[in-house]
Design a protein around this ligand. Structure first.
Ligand code: SAH
Length: 347
């Protein structure tokens, strides 16, 4: 197994059969070796720095009906909210004062946020805080819309592909959504010049070794600047309520593999990972992650942005919580920095 890991580090990919062996590996020493190689590669590119992103979940209205997601349109038990432009700017400003230099605006696909409204919000943040990076995570829009948002001052866009296998995609999504369209969006975002993120849930219903291998192959081919990767966690008011969650171990393994495939990728230890394991954030870092996204959504809204059960409603909205996160990162040898944390291409 060590030879396979060494080969992955050296060649940044593996033949499918060897990648399958690695995904199936449960040997603790081999996995520790995998994590150590991922850390080494991460430290070559980014040292011990941990980048923080201020996550603002600004709307939970959604026109889509993704089977896994707690804010899907047919979940009538979700209490819907949307933040005003003033609320969003206030979150960004608060984040800035705490040391955040990236704001991430995430939401459901809410038709209220037309290009005009969303561009106005982006321009508002850009005017107020000229030196922050603005990341959007608002799903599938037209290429024209993506261009307008980029022109308004957005820098990055997160759009997980969810699964790179078309049949699996159809198991997770309603008929009106397709993998082909999602991939078209990702290609458009890259071409426009966004630092672009794809990604997938680990352990989503219907996921197999083969679909995961497709995810890894797709990720390598897209060569994104960011990858979002966390365990699937069921939500009680979705069709997947009774499905088992993904595992921490498999998520860590995939974080390490992605780090070795894409040495410079911006890779968060996700909220979903921290939801399954109180040490999830630390474990993610030690498996090659280099980003954390503390939740700065105002209380009142935050509890309503329930993509899955058990999602933490505490966050780093205040200086104390952020100080605690700093201490936790220091305890494992890493340091949170005040930096935009842009993608650094290889010299
Ligand atoms: N509407 C935006 C943002 C989606 S929410 C979009 O379509 O991109 C961000 C991510 O949360 C999704 O991409 C999905 O991978 C993840 N997510 C949704 N439901 C989840 C669940 N039940 N468990 C774990 N992750 C989930």
């Amino acid at each position: 197994m060590r030879e396979i890991v060494d080969r992955l580090r050296q060649e940044r990919n593996l033949p499918r059969a060897q990648m399958r062996d690695l995904l199936l590996c449960e040997d603790a020493a081999a996995l520790e070796y995998l994590y150590a190689q991922a850390r080494a590669v991460r430290e070559e590119a980014y040292g011990k720095d941990v980048y923080i992103r201020a996550l603002v979940e600004f709307t939970n209205y959604c026109k889509n009906d993704c089977l896994y997601c707690g804010i899907r349109r047919s979940n009538h038990r979700a209490q819907r909210y949307r933040l005003s432009q003033e609320d969003i700017l206030a979150c960004a400003q608060k984040g800035y004062a705490l040391g955040f230099r990236t704001v991430v605006l995430q939401g459901g696909e809410d038709p209220h946020f037309t290009d005009a409204r969303l561009c106005a919000i982006v321009r508002g943040i850009r005017a107020l805080l000229p030196d922050v990076a603005i990341t959007l995570s608002v799903g599938e829009r037209t290429e024209e819309s993506y261009r307008a948002l980029f022109a308004a001052g957005a820098n990055r866009y997160l759009l997980r592909h969810e699964t790179a296998n078309a049949a699996h995609y159809a198991q997770l999504h309603p008929a009106e959504l397709s993998l082909e369209h999602r991939m078209g969006c990702l290609k458009a975002l890259k071409a426009i010049g966004f630092q672009t993120g794809c990604g997938f849930m680990v352990g989503s219903p219907g996921q197999t070794m083969e679909t995961l291998l497709d995810d890894l192959a797709f990720t390598a081919a897209l060569n994104p600047e960011m990858v979002g990767l966390g365990p699937f966690i069921p939500h009680a008011d979705t069709p997947f309520a009774a499905q088992p969650p993904g595992t921490v171990e498999q998520t860590l393994k995939l974080l390490s593999i992605v780090r070795l495939m894409l040495p410079r990728v911006l890779l968060p230890a996700t909220t979903a990972l921290a939801t399954l394991d109180p040490m999830g954030c630390e474990k993610g870092m030690l498996a090659g992650a280099n980003v954390v996204m503390p939740n700065l959504t105002p209380p009142g809204a935050r509890e309503k942005y329930q993509l899955y059960d058990g999602k933490s409603v505490s966050g780093s909205e205040d200086a104390d919580a952020l100080e605690e996160l700093r201490a936790r990162m220091r305890a494992i040898g890493y340091q949170i920095v005040t930096d935009r944390g842009d993608y650094r291409p290889a010299p």
